[in-house]
Design a protein around this ligand. Structure first.
Ligand code: KIV
Length: 270
């Protein structure tokens, strides 16, 4: 495996340039200093302090129990280990329900070391996105399968399969870009829908279970390392083939994203 480049002070401008050049960037979740260091040294451009920590670290069956205290603690840990990647932190379930609460919580994550915050939703988060953007807090809007709404959705299912639902996702993606979102994240949508949205939006789109055409790809770290108890279709274990342990697996993931070898057809939904 050839050595990959350390991510040097990745910013939103870097990600926008990658999109304009028709290239790809790699993202992974990170929850502690040690992995933040390994991932950013291996060339991962975006470290997501995801509320998936509720499932992979804490053993819950959803992300709902994750608190602001959890997110602040893990964001601080990731900040200490990070070597130049952009750090994005999740606003957890019910932490952006009112304007005051949103501003206080987003500010707390930024003070803890995040460079931007991520929140889940469609049209209903447009005002929140505008509120944060106007105050200098960059926003990633998470659409498609939104795990904080798992009880409403009725499970972890692919979204946007029928034409009406796909059209709604496209319209809401536009709305969130217009409201000031800097990145859109699409989880578990058909690859053709992800391609359409990536092509029509100006901002970079990051995909997970959304096919190969998005500008960025993201995975949960524990999935890439094959230690998660469940393995969804879109997951690939990069540790199995690594001859250099965890750093080798992460470098292989970065390379596979950038060369468009991952995700392959078998990791995508049609
Ligand atoms: O919390 C998380 O890890 C996420 C990813 C699944 C994108 O939101």
């Amino acid at each position: 495996m050839s050595s990959s480049k350390k991510s040097t002070n990745v910013s939103l401008t870097t990600l926008q340039q990658i999109k304009q050049q028709g290239e790809k960037f790699a993202c992974l979740t990170a929850y502690d200093a040690c992995f933040a260091s390994i991932l950013s040294e291996a060339g991962v451009e975006v470290l997501l302090v995801g509320d998936s920590l509720g499932m992979v670290l804490q053993g819950h069956d959803s992300t709902l129990p994750v608190t602001m205290e959890d997110m602040i603690y893990h964001t601080q840990c990731v900040k200490r280990g990070n070597k130049g990647a952009l750090v994005m932190s999740d606003l957890p379930f019910m932490s952006y329900s009112s304007e005051t609460q949103t501003l206080e919580n987003a500010a707390a994550l930024m003070r803890a070391g995040a460079h931007m915050v991520k929140l889940e939703g469609g049209a209903w988060i447009a005002n929140t996105t505008k509120l944060l953007a106007e105050r200098g807090i960059p926003v990633c809007a998470h659409m498609g399968l939104t795990p904080q709404s798992v009880n409403r959705i009725g499970g972890f299912h692919v979204q946007g399969r029928d034409t009406g639902q796909a059209q709604l996702i496209i319209e809401e993606a536009h709305l969130l870009q217009d409201a000031g979102a800097n990145i859109l994240l699409l989880e578990c949508v058909p690859k053709s829908l992800a391609k359409t949205i990536t092509d029509i939006l100006e901002i970079p789109v990051i995909g997970i279970g959304a096919g190969p055409e998005t500008t960025g790809q993201i995975m949960v770290l524990h999935d890439v390392l094959g230690v998660s108890p469940i393995t969804p279709k879109f997951v690939k274990n990069f540790l199995i083939e690594s001859s250099n342990g965890i750093p080798g697996a992460i470098e292989a993931y970065v390379k596979a994203v950038k060369t468009k070898a991952f995700p392959a057809q078998e990791h995508s939904f049609n």
